[in-house]
Write a protein that binds this ligand. Structure first.
Ligand code: PGA
Length: 258
């Protein structure tokens, strides 16, 4: 059965308690669009407050440590974010891969730890401008994803429920220029084929593949109706209820039309 479109806001390092009113507004608006799954990943410090306020939207984190616990000053474990109310965690975002040197192997270890803690995961992948220009984007993303996703036997039987992939070309993030629909369609088809290879037809064909990188209300409809696009991972445009719900509304309209 096809899953609902999934619209996820990644607040990155934005938001103090003053932003809770925005989360409340997103939650209220999401109650009017039940055919769309809406979630936000605020900074760690807002997970619990948003969880307490939210009646409809899902709440998640933007990262977690790859070990279950231990002497890791300043780090946060999967169990801690789950305890704070998170139901999912974004892993392998390019900003973490670049600024924190996260390798594919580390991202995979985090994914397996997060799944073991009962969380769902949104695993990010995406190529740089240089890789795209060299014509190797699809091969790069396939390799990156294959090495970052949990091993099939670690993904449990419900991979399609617990795992979401987000394709986010690095050059499109925060640039105002989303990838072209043709590029999105080509990449999502390649990711779908990989997911079926890894997790089998039944699970692999149902894992949602989100697109991320300069998604906004104005381009959401076109992106969300492209083949194999199961939703969007939204950065800048998720910081206000107005723009974020404009994207969710585009997803809702498409669901009603289909
Ligand atoms: P953007 O960020 O929507 O601001 O481009 C997307 C992301 O980094 O997840």
């Amino acid at each position: 059965m096809a899953q609902r479109p999934y619209i996820v806001g990644n607040w990155k390092m934005h938001g103090t308690r003053a932003m809770l009113s925005e989360a409340r507004a997103i939650d209220r608006a999401a109650q009017r669009h039940m055919k769309v799954e809406v979630a936000i990943a605020p900074p760690f410090t807002l997970i619990h407050p948003v969880h307490r306020e939210a009646e409809q939207i899902g709440v998640g984190a933007q990262d977690c440590h790859h070990e279950a616990e231990g002497a890791f000053t300043g780090d946060i474990s999967a169990a801690m974010i789950a305890d704070a109310g998170a139901k999912f965690v974004i892993l392998g975002h390019s900003e973490r891969r670049e600024a924190h040197g996260e390798t594919d192997a580390l991202v995979r270890a985090k994914a397996e730890t997060a799944l073991a803690a009962g969380l769902r995961i949104i695993l990010c992948c995406g190529e740089s401008a240089k890789t795209r220009d060299s014509g190797k984007a699809v091969a790069f993303v396939r390799k990156q994803l294959k090495a970052s996703l949990p091993e099939p036997d670690q993904a449990f039987e419900d991979a399609s429920e617990r795992i979401t992939v987000a394709y986010e070309p690095i050059w499109a993030i925060g640039s105002g220029n989303a990838a072209t629909i043709a590029d999105i369609v080509e990449m999502h088809a390649a990711i779908r084929a990989l997911l079926i290879d890894l997790y089998g037809e039944e699970q692999g064909s149902e894992v949602r593949i989100l697109y991320g990188g300069s998604v906004k209300p104005e381009n959401a409809s076109e992106i969300l109706t492209a083949p194999e696009v199961g939703g969007a991972l939204v950065g800048g445009a998720s910081l206000t209820a107005d723009s974020f719900m404009g994207i969710a509304l585009a997803a809702a309209v498409e669901t009603e039309d289909s």
